[in-house]
Design a protein around this ligand. Structure first.
Ligand SMILES: *Cc1c(COP(=O)(O)O)cnc(C)c1O
Ligand code: SF4
Length: 347
């Protein structure tokens, strides 16, 4: 058995062990675990030295998950509404999500798909076939985003079957895979996997990273392997209270990603998922972070800060405002340092 599979099988699922390890209330954690199960690879658990660790809040169940308010929903992104088959979500004219795996290496406590932890779903061959058929028949699709769960939790063979199937649709120009494994289970990025992936170029990998501490030596090796295979790496970060709601931490994360050839792509406002209210930050926090990046760091280190609109409206950018006022054709702006400049516009 491959090493990553062993690590996965031995993941921690029993919260009593967590309670003992970190001195937490055992019965409360058990209650949370019944509703929103926990899964932590032991290789990752060993990295968590204290309850202040940025990974701790991301993976250890918290009684706060059971005390959420009414703003929060089970399907805030309206994915059920845009569901085209069991495994396809299409909201945009030229691209779709293809959900190929119901599993993740670690269950993130703030996950958008948290409602699925309760009944971990198996995606069978029939569903995959229906997804592939949809993609072949919809010639407007130029970009297929393979997601889940985490697609890299599939066996190499199964993943290759899917990539091959998508590639058979000639109208699909690029394939994207969304994954968190390089950061939480870097052992998954084997030479064999990468050798397989690179057959399906142009291939983009969007990797979920929330904190610079997630870029360990093993993770950096995995990223190097992927980048050396010509896979274009991007990052997605969820803005999380108590984890990364801090300009310094975000700046360090963006820089560390760039050093590893990962181009920061999105910072997400935390979705309104039931059981995640304790991670929410006001929009102003994200804007403050974006202002601290713009101008102060390379443009390459500036992702888009977006909200995935509740109700299924899709993603919209949230930006700081650099326009101050307009006087005739004179546009008064501020720069990143707050100095005022005038731009002469034309009619
Ligand atoms: C995020 C998302 C995409 C991809 O959006 P991009 O802005 O192109 O990265 C596509 N479909 C759905 C349903 C999504 O949620
Ligand atoms: S890796 Fe992504 S899909 Fe999986 S639990 Fe974490 S946030 Fe959710």
């Amino acid at each position: 058995m491959e090493r990553w599979k062993k690590i996965l099988l031995q993941s921690l699922r029993d919260t009593d062990e967590l309670a003992e390890r970190f001195g937490l209330p055992a019965e409360e954690l058990r209650q949370v675990n019944r509703i929103f199960p926990c899964r932590i690879p032991r290789t990752l658990l060993e990295r968590i030295k204290s309850t202040d660790d940025p990974l701790f809040r991301q993976c250890v169940p918290d009684p706060a998950e059971l005390s959420d308010d009414n703003d929060l929903m089970n399907d805030p992104l309206g994915e059920l509404r845009f569901r085209k088959t069991e495994v396809i979500v299409q909201k945009y004219p030229d691209r779709c999500l293809f959900l190929v795996s119901g599993e993740c290496a670690m269950y993130c406590r703030f996950c958008t798909r948290k409602r699925k932890f309760r009944q971990p779903f198996r995606i069978g061959e029939e569903e995959i076939e229906s997804g592939l058929r949809y993609i072949r028949e919809h010639t407007e699709l130029r970009d297929v985003l393979i997601s889940g769960g985490d697609p890299l939790l599939l066996n190499d063979d199964k993943l290759e079957y899917i990539l091959q199937g998508v590639r058979q649709a000639e109208h699909v120009k690029i394939i994207r895979i969304g994954t968190r494994t390089p950061g939480v289970l870097p052992e998954r990025i084997t030479v064999k996997l990468v050798r397989m992936l690179k057959k399906y170029h142009p291939l983009y990998l969007n990797i979920h990273f929330n904190h610079p501490a997630e870029l360990t030596r093993e993770t950096q090796t995995a990223l190097k392997r992927l980048a050396d295979a010509g896979i274009v790496l991007g990052s997605q970060t969820v803005l999380l209270k108590g984890v990364n709601d801090d300009p310094e931490i975000m700046r360090e994360l963006m820089w560390k990603l760039l050093e590893n050839r990962v181009r920061p792509y999105y910072i997400f406002q935390c979705d309104l998922i039931y059981g995640t209210g304790h991670f929410r930050t006001p929009l102003s926090k994200g804007i403050e972070i974006m202002e601290s990046l713009r101008g102060w760091s390379s443009g390459m280190a500036n992702p888009h800060f977006v909200i995935d609109l509740p109700g299924g409206g899709g993603k919209i950018p949230v930006t700081a405002d650099y326009f101050l006022r307009r006087e005739g054709n004179s546009i008064f702006c501020r720069n990143y340092c707050g100095e005022e400049y005038c731009y002469p516009d034309i009619d």
